[in-house]
Write a protein that binds this ligand. Sequence first.
Ligand code: 9MG
Length: 261
Amino acid sequence: MGIVNVTPDSFSDGGQFLDPAAAVAHALEEIAQGAEIIDVGGESTRPGAQPVSETEELRRVLPVIERLAGQVKVPISIDTMKPGVARAALQAGASLVNDVAANRADDAMWRIVSEARAGYVCMHMQGTPQTMQANPTYADVVAEVGDFFIERLRRLNESGMSADQVVLDVGIGFGKTVEHNLQLLDGLRSFTRLERPLLVGVSRKSFIGKLLGPDVAERLPGALACACWAAQVGVQIIRTHDVAETVQAIRMTEAMLAHRQ
Ligand code: 9MG
């Protein structure tokens, strides 16, 4: 899954793809490099990011989705927390909703996705992007995220969504300390028991910097190590800014797995 952030303030590429033509060109480049899904977002979810209005988010993402939908075959994902943005994006040609706020109280988002028969990324986050890194607390992060998935799968089903529309994501960095992220990466295989595709996003994230020291532009090796680890334990989708490098690393991992005696 290649990332296209149509935002002025995303943590590693903010402002680069605000112009729809630049965003579309970037998506086409990612597809040429092997991306099999394009994730278009118009609101930053980095820790402490300020929310944007629905009008502004739509102004950023719709021209990009409309242009892409007319010319690419890969699924287009809309990265949004807002039901209204999801609905408009699905009408414009997106077929997947990447919802980092799946711990929501009401089911408006789920009914929209369900009615559109679209895909849905159900991501775990403790808190909101504004509060999530203040003091993340868990007794057992792997068990609690697992319980969250089971409870969400039940509620999604009650909202009319079938299990085969759902992708699960542990939400690395969303209300988690470095230790929580490492425990979740260690526990990834346990979530395969839920029999849904798993997605992991580690690209350029701060826990790599906190653990090993590199600045945001220098975190690709750490992210590739996590991506290969995730692929080896059964994760199907890696969300990344660095498509060519990630595709090569994953293909190499798959080749080695295929030759395992
Ligand atoms: C939008 N976004 C930023 N990081 C992400 C992650 O790890 N997973 C998903 N699904 N979306 C993310």
